[in-house]
Design a protein around this ligand. Sequence first.
Ligand code: PMP
Ligand code: GLN
Length: 391
Amino acid sequence: YDAATATVLPTIYERTTAAAMTHGGINLGQGFPDADGPQWLREAAAEAISTNAGPTNQYSPGPGFPWFREAVAAHQRRFYGVELDPQDQVLHTTGATEAIAATILAFAPAGSEVLAFEPFYDSYGAIAALAGAELKTVPLRAPEFRPDIAALEAAVTERTSMILVNSPHNPTGAVFTREELEAIVGIAAAGGAVVMSDEVYEHLMLDDAAGHSTILSIPGADQVAVAIGSAGKSFSVTGWKVGWVTGSARLVNQVRGVKQFTTFCTGGAYQYAVAQGLQDDRGFFAQNQAELRAGRDLLAAGLAEAGLRVFSPDAGYFVLADVRGVTPKTAAEFAAELVSAAGVGAIPVSSLTLPSTQHNPEDELNYLLRFAFCKRHDVLADAIGRLSDWL
Ligand code: PMP
Ligand code: GLN
């Protein structure tokens, strides 16, 4: 979002994908898998459309089909021991993207301040700006990218309306500990802020030691927090755009109020298939994790061999690499050359930061590039080959 001209610009994902296509390149920019989700899941969506099971071909109830909300509640109970009333504590959304938009619009009034950890998923800044709120950030910095809890506490003012949490985190792969989440919930409760916890990477855990907890499993969180999930990442179907919001009836109802007017409802057949997957993933989560882990290790080793300093993540789709080992340029400049000269698309982390960070040449985030490894292993090997040949 460009405040100077009050226009919404094409996202870094669109620009990188377009550049990779123009140069006949390999797109390790936008995070989407190039192997689609399980066949049984896709058949369930096809069956819902052709037999009108559900029934799913006309408008669904605004908050989502009851059986979809029950499946989300059952999933949260099974994985996290969190009890939710599917009737009023679960809301279906058009991907996590709509969940984020509706949540920020619900809780961040114009003139308020929204706190996020930087780097942050780009839609947080854009939606905060559209809400007329100001995004302020607290750093996550290499090599561990841990949230700075003292800095978060210091950043809260009487204007703070929300704290945005994203764990497992895009782009660093950091997984917040329970202690960190407890501290964040405490700070939000003390400051009268609402926590939005974006948990779309919950099933892409690559390091068993780093356990993911939904924010709603933290004592007291139900008073201040909503959690967001998405089927796109969990089931490798990013085009389906099935998301959900969970939390107390009071908070979810406020998000629902906004969501009624952003899409009202979408995707009945996808809700039908995802409800089945949430009830029983038939081993897909574990299988997907194993493939991602191998992809991560392959890409991380290749980038390190090419001379970049690599930060191997505990979760998610992305490896970060510091370009200073191979160039004096910023990651944004290097990424532009990498895609046009070597045909490899990657996302400079500076696209996921505030302008003030981008303008600070001392800030390490300006030298980090994000590479997606949710790709076939021959594609990753090809990308590494192109990068090394070009360097
Ligand atoms: N949050 C984060 C942190 C993401 O990386 C993404 C993109 N995958 C989204 C939200 C959007 O999710 P969806 O595709 O379900 O809209
Ligand atoms: N979440 C994906 C990423 O971070 C992209 C989503 C999008 O294109 N908006 O790469």
